[in-house]
Design a protein around this ligand. Structure first.
Ligand code: WT7
Length: 674
């Protein structure tokens, strides 16, 4: 198999680009850890390897790209990037097909290996698909999409829960050169419509109904409602997740029926490295969600490499990332990373507590899972149910436990390590974002035995150079000392990073490249310990993280302000024992309208679920007469945050407030509410 034994795969050897300096073949003991490193000159240990990947980034990525990916035509330029201009290009001149990399080459070597285990909502009803079967499914769908007019360069919106057909849909797009835009199936019709419109999709793929936690979710109906306001949509493919028929309109296509008529061979499109692979919408601090653009080669390479080294994934392991495929975590670690590595990936359709809080661990036992990757919010929830749910099941197959999406507090980390992992499995707290494409900071990229400090993301991945900037001064140079905090930036490009924002390249440069010119600004703050380890301290902007769902406070305010009785509002995040952060809304009602607060509360919750998703509903709504504002009319969020966090001593400088008395009103209102 191409991954094993430190030998280069035959598929990788064919592709030597002209810029590559063939390095000495002097062996180094890192080759055992990272076979791709065998030829790196002057690299004799793991720390050399990390330095090499950053300082000789072109040589590092060129060698890895040749060995890891299967190319139709070799690239001639490793990278052509200028972060200050927002120009990011990797492996130009190269041609490849992502679906071939994820499927065909494994079908050649091990057709019957399990590619996907679909862990359906009903426990003990899992479905396994071999690489051969997944390729056939993908090809039929690719042919169907082609026959129905989907072309290279189109963007197909996928609104499905995690299931093999969703994976096949993503890969079928990749096969024929279309981009995909997966929208989390928990999003409302309005949120879906906004994303379909921005992506200008003419094709949508969905299922008749979803099933989660024993409940049926009317996904097709949501699509029907969404496309009312999407003039571009011409066809909707509907797969059958349940047996219940749904009303089919002239635009709807019965997906499985049509797929059955198609051939199981589908000619893969030869794609340029920098052609778009997918758009994925995520929230920013202002304005509407942004469609981040990820491209073919660099993204796939980075997803594959991080999957292998962060989790110490080995051939034959069963890998399970329980995130939804609608998030970047699902893209990179349920689909692209594991499949590019010829791995076995579990697609989880259910919830951590269905039918009971032992669900994850019963699944680990039944499917013999080796790597388990989940979110702190679920760990905190399960911890509250006690150890007995974990002890009930055999977890001896587990080797690595991963955490992602938000900071993991020490209590949750310890429980995950001690109770779930029996103290024997390393817990890897992985930091990254939709924008970074894959994991950037994690405990052990190069060293399976390295020390891990609870609650710290620890060390940069290969090719990543994190820097901390002074948060007081934009554009300043980075701080070099340890035991210090700052704005987390990445000092040089890496292949997995997003290339731009769909329809809004300007916003991309402004958000990520201009705050600290020449650096990629992540929006997060971080602390670097005396030892040089990184710990993420949280967002520096108005983005909050509710149960691992990223959302802009401005997006919620936008919805609140659309309620007829609301004059203005301010939304902030507060620390929540299970969700990580909760939503606290300050609402000022219009004076002219006579309404009951209870009615407004109901309306706000309806609107938030209708316009965004259920998780966008505020945990608390504090009705106020007015909000604290500066003389120039800006809401002083800092004051609101301090009040909600009960840090009244630290209110800071209030001299710019228009009317300092407002603060007392706000404090009083907060007390009354709790
Ligand atoms: C934001 C990105 C990364 C995939 C899932 C979320 C926060 C992510 C961690 C971590 C502390 C984390 C950051 C980041 N975050 N991982 N290990 N420790 N915070 O992707 O929706 O794009 O959200 O999630 O604030 O910026 P996303």
């Amino acid at each position: 198999m191409w991954l094993s034994g430190g030998r280069m795969a035959s598929v990788g050897r064919q592709s030597f680009g002209s810029c590559f300096r063939v390095l000495g073949r002097r062996g180094c003991n890192t080759a055992a850890v990272m076979p791709e490193a065998a030829g790196f000159e002057g690299v004799s240990d793991r720390s050399d390897l990390q330095d090499f990947s950053v300082c000789s980034s072109d040589s590092f990525w060129a060698a890895v790209a040749r060995q890891r990916l299967s190319w139709i035509r070799p690239f001639h330029t490793v990278q052509d990037c200028d972060l200050s201009q927002g120009r990011i290009r990797w492996f130009e001149g190269g041609k490849l097909n992502v679906s071939v990399n994820c499927l065909d080459r494994h079908v050649h070597t091990c057709p019957e290996r399990v590619a996907v285990i679909w862990e359906r909502d009903e426990p003990k009803s899992e479905v396994k698909l071999s690489y051969r079967q997944l390729l056939e499914m993908t090809c039929r769908l690719g042919n169907l999409l082609r026959r129905r007019g989907v072309k290279k360069g189109d963007c197909v919106t996928i609104y499905m829960p995690p299931c093999p057909l969703a994976v096949a849909s993503m890969l079928a797009c990749a096969r024929i050169g279309a981009a995909h835009n997966v929208v989390f199936a928990g999003f409302s019709a309005d949120a879906l419509a906004e994303r379909i419109r921005d992506a200008q999709s003419s094709t949508v793929i969905t299922v008749n109904q979803g099933v989660r936690g024993g409940k049926v979710i009317e996904l097709k109906k949501t699509v029907d409602a969404a496309i009312q306001s999407c003039p571009t949509v011409q066809q909707v493919f509907v797969a059958m997740r349940t047996e219940n028929p749904v009303v089919m309109t002239a635009k709807d296509v019965a997906m499985e029926e049509e797929m059955a008529k198609e051939d199981t061979v589908c000619e893969p499109a030869g794609m340029d490295s920098e052609d778009t692979l997918f758009l994925l919408y995520t929230s920013g601090s202002t304005g509407k969600p942004k469609g981040l653009v990820h491209t073919q080669a660099g993204y796939l390479l980075y997803a594959a490499l991080t999957h292998r080294y962060v989790f110490s994934y080995h051939d034959g392991d069963v890998f399970s990332c329980v995130a939804d495929i609608g998030w970047i975590t699902g893209h990179s670690y349920s689909v692209y990373g594991p499949l590019a590595n010829g791995g076995t990936t579990v697609l989880f359709e259910s919830t951590p507590i269905y039918p009971d809080p032992g669900r994850y661990w019963e699944m680990v036992q039944r499917l013999k899972i080796n790597q388990f990757y989940g979110a702190p919010t679920a760990i905190r929830l399960l911890l509250k149910y006690g150890d007995k749910w974990v002890h009930k099941y055999d977890r001896s197959t587990l080797k690595t436990l991963g955490s992602v999406g938000e900071p993991i507090n020490t209590e949750a980390w310890e429980w995950y390590h001690r109770v779930v992992g029996q103290g024997r499995c390393p817990v890897v707290d992985t930091w990254w974002q939709t924008e970074t494409g894959g994991i950037c900071i994690a405990p052990r990229p190069a060293d399976p035995d390295a020390e891990i400090v609870p609650g710290m993301a620890m060390r940069p991945f290969f090719g990543i150079k994190p820097v901390l900037m002074d948060t007081e001064v934009y554009g300043s140079s980075f701080v070099t000392s340890n035991d210090t905090s700052g704005a987390l930036c990445i000092a040089q490009p890496w292949p997995g990073m997003a290339r731009t924002i769909h329809n809004d390249p300007q916003r991309f440069t402004e958000t990520y490249c201009q705050p600290y010119p020449g650096y990629f600004f992540t929006g997060d703050g971080a602390y670097r310990s005396k030892e040089g380890y990184y710990q993420i301290t949280g967002r520096l902007d108005d983005v909050i993280n509710v149960s691992g769902h990223r959302i802009g406070t401005a997006e919620i305010e936008d919805v609140l302000n659309q309620c007829s009785a609301v004059a203005e509002s301010a939304v902030i995040g507060f620390s929540h024992s299970i969700k990580g952060q909760g939503i606290y809304a300050f609402v000022v009602l219009k004076k002219s309208i006579d309404v009951q607060e209870a009615d407004v509360t109901r309306q706000i919750n309806d609107m938030a679920s209708k316009k965004i998703a259920k998780y966008a509903c505020p945990d608390y709504i504090q009705f106020a007469q007015r909000l604290p504002k500066t003389r120039s009319g800006k809401i002083m969020r800092r004051v609101l945050r301090k009040v909600v966090d009960s840090e009244l001593e630290g209110l800071g400088d209030l001299s710019t407030l228009d009317d300092p008395e407002v603060v007392q009103e706000i404090i009083q209102g907060h007390h009354d509410l709790l």
